[in-house]
Design a protein around this ligand. Structure first.
Ligand code: FES
Length: 165
């Protein structure tokens, strides 16, 4: 088992340590709080999960760092590299695909200056292809910073992405 030291725990901000300590009381097993804790780390620590953050989280949850990395790398909502200020998510499953997701993605690449999975040179956008975002009835769609834009056309993409700083 990963050695939990005072030092390892201290690599997380005290506010997150306090939050996670309370969070763990809601679950029968401490590790069940891992995913919500990773979300909170990503929100609070720059929008991504650095190797140091993953190690600190592992220390808190008394897990091996590789276990935490395995969880964080499995879910596309976790970012293991620095990301742009705004996150653009385009899904590619069958509903959106049949209704023009590739055209949406192509326009999102042009409008954001990103390649899929990449971050624009100016740091404004990160563009990701993701699994179905649960809005198939109004496909195609994209999410900008978690806000859904549904039933869109490629022309809409420029307006949507052009509306953020
Ligand atoms: S495939 Fe895009 S919302 Fe389901």
């Amino acid at each position: 088992m990963h050695e939990v030291t005072h030092e390892t725990r201290n690599n997380l901000p005290p506010t997150l340590v306090a939050e996670f300590t309370e969070l763990c009381t809601h679950y029968p097993e401490r590790r069940a709080a891992l995913i919500p804790a990773l979300h909170r780390c990503q929100e609070e620590l720059g929008g991504w999960l650095s190797p140091e953050t993953l190690e600190a989280v592992a220390g808190f949850f008394e897990l091996e760092p590789v276990e935490v990395f395995g969880v964080a790398s499995f879910y596309p909502m976790f970012h293991l590299r620095p990301r742009g200020k705004h996150l653009v998510s385009v899904c590619h499953n069958i509903s959106c695909d049949l209704r023009g997701a590739q055209d949406i993605l192509d326009e999102a690449c042009k409008a954001s200056g990103c390649t899929p999975g990449g971050t624009s040179d100016d740091g404004r956008f990160t563009l990701v292809r993701v699994e179905c975002q649960g809005a198939c009835t109004s496909a195609p769609m994209l999410a900008l910073d978690g806000v859904y834009h549904e039933g869109i056309t490629p022309e809409d993409v420029h307006r949507i992405l052009g509306g953020v700083q």
